[in-house]
Design a binder for this molecule. Structure first.
Ligand SMILES: *Cc1c(COP(=O)(O)O)cnc(C)c1O
Length: 432
């Protein structure tokens, strides 16, 4: 038995894990080409050939359409902007209910609030961490107008069934695929499975251009509305001859030429980067196999996972009662990256707890039906996952070597084998 690093022993790992770097010579050259040409953006908020932006923006969009097999790709300056534009394009009005996951980056739900919509949180599936047809069904009401489904951690949601459910009722589905570029469900790319899909190109995602995003749709009318919201809709609708001006309030969500040039190079690398993530995920699963305290990530039939994060569930009972927090602290002390929980269930944030977003009258929550709750206990699976079960690492990427995987697994195994030492420490502490 070796002494745990947390108790003064030598850590398994001394040097840091490799950073995820996807920017190379191709991106540098593409950015320089833009600078040499001096046109850094050519959007104009008028109904003219400049309405759709500059050559790099349009090249990226055509490449994105070809890659994902969709009719329209609309670049934006972030996935947050993309989600906001998608909710606007969907025609959400104040008081409309929008069903969304509570276990996601906050913007997935805030997008509804921005249009006066009322987020209604549906619980997650404990294997995929996505909202499911069953949990959505429990939250449907006559006021439900949209569902924002998140392909969280890179695993596509059960979109076939969700789309059937939504289409029966005329509900718009927005797929937040910020974490799932390159994932597929029954051979179709994640992000293309809803009425609109949103990708992120921010620095933390699988591919990036610093900040950026892309919205995709096969619907011509939604595409036009997205393009208008991106670029000052209100001053364009008259000359463009747009009849339905609902939510045609414009923003500046436009992407620059440098970002578009970089993003186009990143898109070429996407498949290779995701393939590498799959290899690392397989290595991690093999290295961690057979540990009763660690439930490995589940992948549903027909799914190719995007492996944005490698998410496991910790079973404290199987670890002899060692708490998740102490387990994670001890693994981190061994020099390997591991995190307990993901994000606090969104409805527990102050905006929902105090039902205050815009102004002093509690808009839009003042419009909510009495049945809409943000109380603790609302989504018990999400709460259990976040506060008790979920642990994850961000090492599931192209830079990670076999040695890194071996160190990761060795640290996990070492802590579990020496769990009794930590329990003694925790017991002594709680007595003190
Ligand atoms: C990162 C992320 C976003 C927001 O992306 P930005 O491009 O940073 O605005 C939205 N949803 C999910 C699930 C994300 O992970």
């Amino acid at each position: 038995m070796s002494t745990l690093a947390l108790l003064g022993g030598a850590p398994i790992r001394k040097n840091p894990f490799p950073e995820y770097v996807t920017i190379g010579e191709e991106e540098r050259q593409a950015a320089l080409d833009v600078l040499n040409g001096t046109v850094l953006s050519s959007f104009l908020a008028t109904w003219s050939d400049k309405f759709y932006g500059g050559p790099r923006v349009q090249t990226l969009e055509r490449a994105w359409e070809a890659h994902f097999g969709v009719k329209h790709a609309i670049s934006v300056n972030s996935a947050t902007s993309g989600l906001y534009a998608a909710v606007g394009a969907a025609g959400i009005s104040p008081g409309d209910e929008v069903i969304v996951s509570p276990y996601t980056m906050s913007a997935s739900a805030t997008a509804a609030v921005v249009y006066g919509g009322v987020p209604v949180f549906a619980d997650i599936d404990p294997e995929t961490y996505c909202i499911s047809p069953e949990t959505i069904r429990q939250r449907l009401s006559p006021r439900t107008r949209a569902i924002i489904v998140v392909d969280i951690f890179g695993h596509p949601a059960d979109m076939g069934k969700i789309m059937r459910l939504a289409e029966e009722r005329g509900i718009v589905v927005i797929e937040d695929s910020a974490q799932a570029p390159g994932a597929t469900l029954d051979g179709s790319p994640a992000g293309t499975l809803g009425h609109m899909g949103v990708f992120s190109l921010n620095y933390h995602k699988t591919i990036h251009c610093g900040e950026g995003g892309v919205v995709v749709t096969n619907d011509d009318r939604l595409a036009e509305r997205l393009q208008l919201i991106r670029n000052h809709a209100e001053v364009v609708v008259k000359n463009k001859g747009v009849e339905d001006i609902t939510n045609m309030v414009g923003f500046n969500y436009r992407m620059t030429e440098i970002e578009a040039a970089i993003a186009a190079e990143q898109l070429k690398k996407l498949d290779g980067l995701v393939a590498r993530r799959r290899e690392v995920a397989d290595q991690l699963k093999a290295a961690l196999f057979g540990l009763p305290a660690i439930l490995l990530p589940q992948v549903k039939p027909g799914v190719e996972h995007g492996w944005y994060l490698f998410v496991m569930r910790y079973d404290a009972t199987a670890a002899g009662g060692l708490s998740r927090e102490t387990f994670v602290e001890a693994v981190k002390a061994e020099g390997v990256p591991l995190v307990a929980g993901y994000v606090e269930p969104i409805y527990l944030e102050p905006m929902y707890q105090r039902r205050t977003a815009f102004g002093r009258q509690g808009f839009p929550f003042s419009l909510a039906d009495a049945s809409v709750s943000y109380d603790k206990g609302l989504c018990p699976v999400t709460e259990r996952m976040h506060y008790e079960d979920v642990i994850f690492t961000n090492i599931c990427h192209s830079q990670t070597t076999g040695e890194d995987v071996a160190d990761f697994a060795a640290a996990i195994r070492k802590v579990l084998e020496n769990a009794a030492d930590l329990k003694e420490r925790d017991a002594a502490r709680s007595q003190a």
